[in-house]
Design a protein around this ligand. Structure first.
Ligand SMILES: [Zn+2]
Ligand SMILES: [Zn+2]
Length: 397
């Protein structure tokens, strides 16, 4: 049973050229569960390998604009496509019903059934071989995190033991593997524990939404395979994180460490950060951390098949557009330039040092960003320092 998460939006509070605001698609077997639905989520889905499926369940962590504004548009698209079946259920914390009351004028009449279910911390949805648990977070407003918790799986079938007991190959073995006893032709009853190893653990994924570091998150994420924790700020903005009830990357890492998770994924990155600098701060506390970009995927195999891992660009529909190249190659800013001429001078200088740099507009600011492959960052910094006079790079006004 495949389990992965497609990061559709990894930005905090507002979209940037590189990052959309919060949305995360969990894929488990044929199921598609959407967590948060910020502005532009339907378009992020369309641009991804997933496309825009007839999503049946959406889980909202809280009702801030940067987590819900994509709902009216997406729900309307489903209506315009003539969807009558299946219905759609939106789960969210207290206040979600009120929010949909306010969405009504945008939505008009929908041809499919829309159900809103409010979940308090501790709320639990049983889904057969897994459950979804809502847990408490600390964001100063009505908010929950969600944990997907799989049930234990039966132990491995011991063929040698079955042979020794005289269980014939065929349906009897399947019955035993399914946890039921069988009666053999000679009248002996074989119970599953005689041929099955120890039960194997299921997987667990915890998604915090927005939150300050919280003991309730440590508890809910305890020994999770993957913890997706917000990391809005860096260390130097620790005070701001406290005031706004967000977490720094270091705080997210400390939560991951206390919870003994296998992998931490940082998301909800403030537009002032690039990503790698937050990841460095987090890894100082907890090395098994990643900072996905939009369209990255984290795969979570069963524990016996390996560790959870980040697949860069794994959710990207096509390769070749400049956007996807950025997502694929992981370049990091080494310098900024005031205009194109300065940027090209820097690019030339780096080229002479054997480093191929990219130039891109800065997010939300005047000027250009000079980007180099992450593993060439130090060499690029040295080259810039050694080969240039400061005045050559930063033009006087
Ligand atoms: Zn947010
Ligand atoms: Zn928020």
């Amino acid at each position: 049973m495949d389990l992965d998460l497609v990061f559709l939006g990894t930005s905090a509070s507002m979209p940037t050229a590189r990052r959309a605001p919060a949305a995360l698609l969990l894929r488990r077997g044929g199921e598609r569960l959407l967590f948060d639905c910020a502005e532009g989520t339907q378009r992020q889905l369309q641009r991804s390998v997933v496309g825009l499926p007839e999503i049946e369940e959406i889980f909202l962590t809280h009702l801030h604009a940067d987590h819900v504004l994509g709902l009216p548009g997406m729900l309307k698209t489903f209506a315009l496509r003539g969807r009558e079946e299946p219905g759609l259920t939106v789960y969210g914390p207290g206040g979600t019903r009120d929010l949909f009351g306010r969405f009504k004028p945008f939505l008009g009449r929908l041809p499919y059934e829309l159900t809103v279910v409010e979940l308090a911390p501790g709320g639990r949805l049983e889904r057969g071989d897994y459950a979804i648990e809502a847990f408490a977070v600390q964001h100063g407003v009505s908010a929950v995190g969600y944990a997907l918790v799989e049930q234990e799986r039966p132990g491995r079938f011991d063929v040698a033991a079955a042979d020794a007991l005289g269980v014939p190959p065929g349906p009897e073995r399947g019955t035993l593997q399914g946890g039921e006893p069988v009666t053999l032709a000679d009248g002996r009853v074989i119970t599953p524990d005689a041929v099955l190893g120890l039960a194997r653990p299921g997987r667990k994924v915890a998604i915090t939404g927005d939150t300050a570091p919280a003991p309730s998150v440590v508890q809910a994420a305890y020994r999770a395979d993957l913890l997706v924790h917000e990391a809005t700020f860096g260390d130097e903005e620790g005070e701001r994180a406290k005031e706004t009830m967000h977490a720094t990357a270091s705080e997210a890492a400390q939560v991951a460490k206390l919870a003994e998770v296998r992998l931490l994924a940082l998301t909800h990155i403030s537009p002032r950060y690039f990503g790698p600098e937050l990841l460095r701060e987090a890894r100082a506390h907890f090395p098994d951390a990643v900072a996905p970009r939009d369209f990255d995927v984290v795969e979570i195999p069963f524990p016996e098949r390996g560790a959870p891992r980040l697949v860069k660009g794994g959710g990207s529909a096509g390769r070749g557009t400049s956007y996807d190249q950025v997502a694929m190659t992981r370049k990091i800013q080494v310098a900024t330039a005031g205009d194109v001429t300065e940027a090209e001078e820097l690019q030339e200088l780096l080229h002479n040092a054997g480093i191929e740099a990219d130039v891109e507009p800065l997010d939300g600011e005047e000027g250009l960003s000079v980007l180099v492959p992450e593993d060439a960052l130090e060499a690029a910094q040295d080259a810039i320092e050694a080969l240039s006079e400061p005045d050559d790079i930063i033009a006087e006004p």
